[in-house]
Design a protein around this ligand. Structure first.
Ligand code: SF4
Ligand code: SF4
Length: 88
C-alpha cells in the first residue's frame, strides 16, 4: 500500500507573520476575519471608544500573507513578517 507522506507532514513555512491592529480605529466589520485563511482573527469581547467590538489575533499561525490588511477598508491592520528559524 502506497502512503502519501507529503499529505501527513506539517506545512513548512519560510516566514512567520505578525499583525498589529489599531483597536481604536477598528469598526468590527470582520472583513479581515473572513479573508484570513488561517483563522487568526476574530472579534474580541471588548468595545473600543467608538463603541465597536474590535478584532484581535487569537492564534500565532499568521503567515504574513497580508490578506487581512488588503481588505480592511480603514487600513487598521499592519502586517509584519519575520524569517522562520532555519534548521542546521
Ligand atoms: S496576514 Fe494573513 S494569515 Fe496573518 S492574520 Fe492577516 S490574513 Fe491571517
Ligand atoms: S476589516 Fe478592518 S475595520 Fe473591519 S474588523 Fe477588520 S480590522 Fe476592523
Amino acid at each position: 500500500m502506497e502512503v502519501n507522506l507529503r499529505s501527513q507532514a506539517p506545512p513548512v513555512r519560510k516566514v512567520k507573520g505578525y499583525v498589529a491592529i489599531d483597536a481604536a480605529r477598528c469598526k468590527g466589520c470582520e472583513l479581515c476575519a473572513v479573508a484570513c485563511k488561517e483563522d487568526v482573527l476574530l472579534l474580541g469581547p471588548q468595545l473600543n471608544k467608538k463603541g465597536y467590538r474590535y478584532v484581535v489575533a487569537k492564534a500565532e499561525v499568521c503567515t504574513g500573507c497580508t490578506n487581512c490588511a488588503l481588505v480592511c477598508p480603514d487600513a487598521v491592520i499592519t502586517v509584519y513578517r519575520t524569517p522562520a528559524a532555519s534548521k542546521r
